[in-house]
Design a protein around this ligand. Structure first.
Ligand SMILES: NC(=O)c1ccc[n+]([C@@H]2O[C@H](COP(=O)([O-])OP(=O)(O)OC[C@H]3O[C@@H](n4cnc5c(N)ncnc54)[C@H](OP(=O)(O)O)[C@@H]3O)[C@@H](O)[C@H]2O)c1
Length: 330
């Protein structure tokens, strides 16, 4: 049966402005880094995507290399889009990125104009779309002049292949310089995609100030610290969890007692607030309005529902924030 979106999908989601741009993003966005690749179950991904959209999640984040194998998440997403969500294209914000290794030879990664333009053309084909809403440079390239990388982003917008551009994993000074170049070119940087969570607070050390000054929004990736800031690992490593899947990005050794004892204490505090651990972690990332959107991953529909429900609980008291800091710094 063909999919028809929930008519009340916009009733409860919060949409935040990305910096000083016209772009509004849902407070919770869904990333397709894991669980949407060629090795994963198509139907599970499809069900998650539809449920997310039904809950007001309008933004789906991809990259050329998501899978595995690399490229397969974009292919899967393209099929899901065509099958279910094509009629809603104008209600969706689709992003992709280039910068990490994608194909052999000197042009298959980093930040040359050659890499960015070719990679986006490949991504558009895999996703079967004419344009993406946001195109990111995925990581800084120490060897290509920033002017060239930013000129490639500008050219992509001029060509109508992306509506907005962003940067990811750029440090404060790099982000400032990239933003200044893009402004001069007339294509402002609307968003930065950094990692950020209770257990990874590097953006508080300068980057958030730069983004505020430059009028750039931020979408925090891995806000659950890849699943550690949930109840997933409180009683060992579940066989269906990311840590058990021998991912290079989350190893069993990352689930150590020092971290889990903190998560246990945070989990108790979350319960006192009437939240699950994962929900408190998302609410914390979004506290104070400095982060435009929390970019989650999910392996099941219930995790997406949990994330959206995180927005229902009132903001933190100063006492709660101090307690959280105390646990994290203990
Ligand atoms: N720009 C970059 O360089 C970069 C890098 C990494 C990620 N990203 C983006 O950020 C997105 C999110 O990254 P991420 O997947 O690491 O984010 P995350 O939200 O920190 O972790 C997601 C994982 O947490 C677990 N989880 C989620 N909700 C849960 C719940 N309610 N209860 C228990 N466990 C729960 C699931 O793990 P299980 O699979 O174990 O169930 C899920 O796969 C990616 O898809 C990608 O779009 C960008």
């Amino acid at each position: 049966m063909s999919y028809s979106a929930n008519t009340s999908r916009y009733d409860s989601m919060t949409y935040n402005r990305s910096g000083r741009s016209g772009l509004l993003l849902p407070a919770i966005s869904l990333g397709l880094w894991h669980n949407f690749g060629g090795i994963d179950t198509f139907e599970n991904g499809r069900t998650m995507l539809k449920r997310a959209f039904d809950l007001g999640i309008t933004h789906f984040d991809l990259a050329n290399n998501y899978g595995p194998p690399p490229g397969s998440a974009e292919e899967m997403f393209g099929k899901m889009l065509k099958g279910d969500l094509a009629a809603y294209r104008d209600e969706l914000i689709i992003s992709t990125k280039a910068g990490y290794y994608m194909w052999p030879g000197p042009y298959g990664e980093w930040g040359s104009k050659k890499n960015l333009i070719a990679s986006l053309d490949q991504s558009l084909k895999r996703m079967q779309v004419d344009y993406v809403d946001i195109f990111y440079h995925h990581r800084p390239d120490p060897n290509t002049p920033l002017e060239e990388t930013m000129a490639a982003l500008h050219q992509i917008v001029q060509q109508g292949k992306a509506l907005y551009v962003g940067i990811s994993n750029y440090k404060p000074e790099e982000a400032k310089e990239a933003s200044r170049i893009l402004k001069r070119l007339g294509t402002p940087c609307v968003i930065h995609q950094p990692s950020y969570s209770m257990m990874n607070r590097w953006i508080e050390d300068g980057l958030q100030d730069v983004l505020e000054e430059e009028g750039i929004g931020s979408i925090a990736f891995s806000p659950l610290f890849k699943g550690i800031l949930t109840d997933r690992y409180l009683n060992g490593i579940a066989p269906d969890s990311r840590a058990a899947s021998s991912s290079v990005f989350l190893k069993e050794s990352d689930i150590n007692e020092e971290r889990i004892s903190k998560v246990r204490q945070l989990n108790t505090l979350a319960a006192e607030r009437g939240q699950k651990m994962s929900q408190m972690a998302l609410a914390w990332v979004l506290r104070g309005g400095r982060v435009t959107s929390a970019l989650i991953g999910a392996s099941k529909v219930s995790q997406i529902e949990d994330a959206v429900d995180a927005l229902k609980v009132p903001t933190f008291t100063q006492e709660e924030l101090d307690l959280i800091d105390g646990i994290l710094n203990s």
